[in-house]
Each structure stands twice: as structure tokens, then as C-alpha cells.
Ligand binder design. Structure first.
Ligand code: ADP
Ligand code: MG
Length: 222
């Protein structure tokens, strides 16, 4: 079953209207793990932002399930993202003044989860990722790998349908990168759909499918 789709998507950026994404069409099935690869500047991040309804195409359409996300207004797309999508970026964007637990709880509260439930669910997820004992720490008291694990916990605590990750291992040492990759694989085994931008050929190979971009166009699909 298709859960995500782009149809002839073009995204022009900047004064000179560079075609960062240039007539891209493909779809992602529920439960699929898709890697987006390509050199720096090939349009990977721009495409990820379009697929995840963070951005809208200049022309063409993006779809999530039965909804045309490119035709929604900003507020509707924000609601849809909050409900259905989780995000992991290269840099963790954890809130420095909050504890690990609070960093996972805050987005749940934004979704309307009661405090007691949010705390319980956050602790569950931190436990599942092997970092429950870090719950009271602040982000600066963690290693890069631990910070990224907290970002993953935050992304999945709301039980999203799809997690979008933009070079999630780009800032990690090889051990932490492997640990993060293993967590993603386990989440996919449990039914999560995953779209990941990566520079690492060995990680891209571990996805079900690799979509390779050059100059904003798809040049190969494995
Ligand atoms: N805000 C922007 N304004 C103008 N050009 C941009 C902007 N963001 C990205 N680009 C250009 O769009 C192309 C694709 O960028 P990006 O999607 O960030 O590539 P990647 O993630 O593969 O490195 C590049 O040529 C980049 O310079
Ligand atoms: Mg990028």
C-alpha cells in the first residue's frame, strides 16, 4: 500500500530559481525503508522537506495516504506532520534547558497527551532505546550518540507513521552511527516507514530501496 508519493515534483529555490528538485516522481509503500542518496547539492534535503510536508513544491503534487499535502495550507501541514511524521536531523536540536525526559515529553504534550501518560510513554521509549538511565540529564551531559538516541526517542514517541531522517549519522562516530542505524532497522522491522537521506553507501545498502539523485533528478532506483 502506498503511503507517500510525489508526482512530477519541481522545487525552484533562490533568486535564480535553481531547480533543486526537477520533475521527480516515485512512491513509498507502508513499512518500506527508503534511502535518498547523491552528492552534496543534488537535492536530497529539498526532496525530503517536500515529502515530509515541511515545504511545498513549485509545481507537481506530494501525497500522504489519501491526502494531497502540497495543496494544504501551512497550519494543516503542521497538524499533519505533528500527527503522522517524526523527524531526525544531523544535528539533534534538543532543547538545552530541558532534561532528556522533558525533551521527549514536550512534543507529546503538544499533541495533547496528558502529562502522566506523556511521562510514561517517554520513559518507555527511552527504555526501549537503552537510555532510560539518562532521563534526568541535560543534553550537554550526553555523548553525540546518546543525543541522537534521544532525538530518535523524541521522533518515535508519538507513534508516527513515517520517520524522515536527514543525514542522521552524519555527525556521529562510527560506533554511534552503527547503533543509530540498527535502531532504525529495528523500528522498520516493527512496521515503521522510514525515509533517510544518507552519504554512507553501506547504510544506503541496508535500506529496502535506494533512490539516487543528481542535479535534482532521479538517476537510479535500486
Ligand atoms: N534556500 C535556498 N536558496 C537557493 N538555493 C538553494 C536553497 N537551498 C538549497 N539550494 C540549492 O538547491 C540544491 C539542492 O540543495 P539540497 O537539497 O540542500 O541538496 P543536498 O541535501 O543533496 O545536499 C543545491 O544546488 C543548493 O545550492
Ligand atoms: Mg542536505
Amino acid at each position: 500500500m502506498t503511503v507517500l508519493e510525489c508526482r512530477s515534483v519541481v522545487r525552484e529555490l533562490g533568486e535564480v530559481r535553481t531547480r533543486a528538485v526537477d520533475d521527480v516522481s516515485f512512491s513509498v509503500d507502508q513499512g518500506e525503508f527508503v534511502a535518498l542518496t547523491g552528492y552534496s547539492g543534488s537535492g536530497k534535503s529539498t526532496l525530503l522537506y517536500l515529502l515530509s510536508a515541511l515545504d511545498r513544491p513549485t509545481s507537481g503534487e506530494t501525497w500522504f495516504a489519501s491526502r494531497c499535502t502540497s495543496s494544504l495550507v501551512d497550519d494543516e501541514r503542521a497538524l499533519l506532520r505533528r500527527e503522522h511524521f517524526g523527524f531526525v536531523f544531523q544535528f539533534h536540536f534538543l532543547l538545552p534547558e530541558f532534561s532528556v525526559l522533558e525533551n521527549v515529553v514536550v512534543p507529546l504534550r503538544h499533541r495533547g497527551v496528558e502529562l502522566a501518560d506523556a511521562n510514561a510513554r517517554a520513559l518507555d521509549v527511552l527504555g526501549a532505546l537503552g537510555i532510560a538511565e539518562l532521563a534526568a540529564r541535560r543534553p550537554h551531559q550526553l555523548s553525540g550518540g546518546q543525543q541522537q538516541r534521544v532525538s530518535v526517542a523524541r521522533a518515535i514517541a508519538g507513534k508516527p507513521t513515517i520517520v524522515f531522517a536527514d543525514e542522521p549519522t552524519g555527525n556521529l562516530d562510527s560506533t554511534a552511527a552503527e547503533a543509530t542505524m540498527s535502531i532504525f532497522e529495528e523500528l522498520v522491522r516493527q512496521g515503521l516507514t522510514m525515509v533517510m537521506v544518507t552519504h554512507e553507501p553501506l547504510f544506503a545498502q541496508r535500506a529496502h530501496r535506494e533512490i539516487h539523485l543528481r542535479d535534482g533528478k532521479i538517476v537510479s532506483i535500486r
